[in-house]
Design a protein around this ligand. Structure first.
Ligand SMILES: [Zn+2]
Ligand SMILES: [Zn+2]
Length: 353
């Protein structure tokens, strides 16, 4: 008993001591310097000898804490590409210390806001202080992508000028500010053929959004397919044939129905209508599992989650029925990483803390 009292006394003294110490400016400076140094170093290391996908945003427009809107970073060898840049996704990549400067192009699946809203953030962070970029940021996408990037350019033209005037040409060169739109014509579906990486675009169905696209990445014998937003569609099966990993969007309609009912009860009839409208607009987790099976895909990752689960119970509920269809699947979070090492058939699934 005496020992316990003594220990409590010692701990109390230590806590009081720490509380006093962290109020001393020189101690604060030392701690802050260490924290700042840590944020400036320790970049996230993604392998060069693999095809890698990192989920930088796992949710759809329905909010969910700790999740950004849709975004998948792809690394093939040393080359980085980003598929969709929804709200919060670039902040994720910056917090994880991904070298956004090296992003070679953005690929948009379609032009809904939850897939494009962080374009300006990506632009800023890959434009300033980037001597390796000699041209505008390449943005691939369906018809209309020129209208979108020209609109971003118009909205941010003053931002480009202000930063250039403030920091000069070395930091913020005006001749590489802005975007280069690349409108995808599905008559020539291979949109990138670069150092062993082949990116193939294919159409999906997300009416009335047209065209809407998915992308297949093939790199030195490894392959990743990203569905984009789509209903169950044979074209995803066709283009995912024998792929290592399929990232498929997923909407749990049994959860959407609850949201619809609760909104009706609360008198939010317009929100209830939206919930009812989207039921036929996406793919359920069970359907995505069936697609993966039909395509002989080795691993399925659910992303663009609608509604994105907020806790473990909702996660279990979201994938209800999936285990009866297939075993190899992952429900993604922000930070889910899939690594496909070259000269191997391994599929490594990790999570950034
Ligand atoms: Zn979407
Ligand atoms: Zn959409």
């Amino acid at each position: 008993m005496k020992i316990i009292k003594y220990l409590i006394f010692i701990i109390a003294i230590l806590v009081i001591g720490v509380l006093i110490l962290i109020r001393i400016p020189s101690i604060q400076d030392r701690i802050a310097t260490r924290v700042i140094k840590n944020t400036l170093t320790n970049p996230l290391s993604l392998p060069d000898d693999a095809l890698t996908a990192l989920v930088c945003g796992s949710r759809s427009p329905i909010p969910s804490p700790n999740r950004a809107e849709t975004c998948i970073l792809i690394k093939a060898g040393e080359n980085l590409y980003i598929v969709d840049v929804g709200d919060g996704s670039i902040s994720n990549l910056r917090n994880w210390r991904v070298d956004i400067n090296k992003v070679k192009a953005v690929l948009l699946t379609h032009l809904h806001s939850d897939h494009i809203s962080d374009l300006a953030d990506l632009h800023l962070n890959s434009w300033i202080m980037n001597p390796t970029r000699s041209k505008k940021l390449d943005v691939f996408g369906p018809q209309g992508v020129d209208q979108v990037v020209n609109g971003f350019d118009a909205a941010y033209k003053l931002d480009y000028q202000f930063r250039n005037e403030h920091h000069g040409d070395d930091v913020a060169p005006l001749d590489s500010a802005g975007y280069e739109p690349n409108i995808i014509d599905l008559a020539s579906p291979i949109i990138i053929d670069d150092n062993g990486l082949k990116v193939t675009a294919f159409s999906v169905i997300h009416d009335p959004v047209e065209p809407a696209l998915g992308y297949r990445f093939d790199y030195k014998g490894r392959s990743i397919v990203i569905s984009g937003d789509t209903i169950y569609h044979d074209n995803v099966i066709k283009n995912s044939k024998d792929a290592d990993v399929l990232f498929h969007e997923a909407q749990a309609n049994h959860m959407i129905k609850i949201m619809e009912n609760e909104n009706v009860k609360l008198g939010n009839l317009l929100l209830a209508k939206v919930m009812s409208d989207i039921v036929t607009y996406h793919t359920t987790p069970v359907e995505a599992a069936e697609i993966a099976n039909k395509a002989n895909v080795r691993h399925l990752v659910f992303y663009h989650l609608t509604p994105a689960p907020r806790n473990n119970i909702m996660e279990n509920m979201f994938v209800r029925g999936v285990n009866e269809v297939r075993e190899e699947w992952t429900l993604s979070d922000d930070g889910t990483m899939v690594i496909l090492p070259l000269n191997s058939d391994k599929i490594e699934i990790k999570k950034i803390n």
